[in-house]
Design a binder for this molecule. Structure first.
Ligand code: ADP
Ligand code: AMP
Length: 214
């Protein structure tokens, strides 16, 4: 199965991706995670990417497509892939189609996690992540069962993203509406587009995704 999760920042793409990976055995490919890993190496590319990310702007299509191209090999992903945060422009969607076509593959499902802009700010401002295993939490909406201890791995260190601040979020929303929303029309024309209400609680969103994916 090859699946794309679309949605504004904070819509729950990463949260739902963790569940879909467990349920379907697909490999999650998050371009945001790849860029943060590259930035952590301190390479030239990483530094350039971090500048765009901290400003809430998109990294160039060339960089993103080159980064993703080597990772969609079906030998490494026998049960398929879940693309989280990619494609974010129509150019990226076209490049993805071309890459898959070379391998006689195609995208099976694209699901938009639809959410209002006001809610985005609330979600993003409370988001934090386990530094050890990457599990996602929220100060009010998704707390660990025991304060300060990760439910999944017992880790006690947590991180918050540099771009999860009011200014960057505003720019990220502009990028979503201006550059990523047209991707929805692109996939609608191909008959693979679905949308779920991402304002619903996490478990309800998961049920709706499972109803679409089977
Ligand atoms: P994205 O990957 O789309 O940017 P995340 O999965 O990181 O979004 O979710 C953003 C924040 O909102 C996280 O702190 C997460 O715990 C919380 N969250 C995700 N989905 C829901 C939901 N359906 N209801 C309430 N909080 C949620
Ligand atoms: P995310 O982790 O998906 O919220 O992405 C964080 C940031 O990484 C974005 O605000 C962009 O600056 C950059 N980014 C991630 N994925 C892409 C992409 N597909 N195209 C362009 N920029 C991206």
């Amino acid at each position: 199965m090859r699946l794309v999760l679309l949605g504004p920042p904070g819509a729950g793409k990463g949260t739902q991706a963790q569940r879909l990976v467990e349920r379907h055995g697909v490999v999650q490919l998050s371009t945001g995670d790849m860029l943060r890993a590259e930035a952590a190496t301190g390479s030239d590319l990483g530094r350039q990417a971090a500048k765009a990310m901290d400003a809430g702007e998109l990294v160039s299509d060339e960089v993103i497509i080159a980064m993703l191209a080597s990772r969609i090999d079906p030998k490494n992903n026998p049960k398929g892939i879940l693309l989280d945060g990619f494609p974010r422009t129509v150019g990226q969607a076209q490049a993805l189609d071309a890459l898959l076509k070379e391998k006689n593959l195609k995208i099976d499902h694209v699901i938009e996690l639809a959410m209002k802009d006001d809610e985005v700010v609330k979600r993003i401002s409370g988001r934090f992540t386990c530094a050890k295993c990457g599990a996602g939490y929220h100060d009010q909406l998704q707390k660990p069962a025991k304060d300060g201890i990760c439910d999944k791995c017992g880790g006690t260190k947590f991180t918050r993203r540099a771009d999860d601040n009011a200014n960057a979020v505003r720019r990220r929303l502009e990028a979503y509406h201006g550059q990523t929303a047209p991707v929805i029309a692109y996939y609608r024309q191909r008959g693979v587009m679905n949308s779920v209400d991402a304002m619903a609680p996490i478990d309800k969103v998961a049920v709706e995704l499972n109803a679409i994916l089977g």
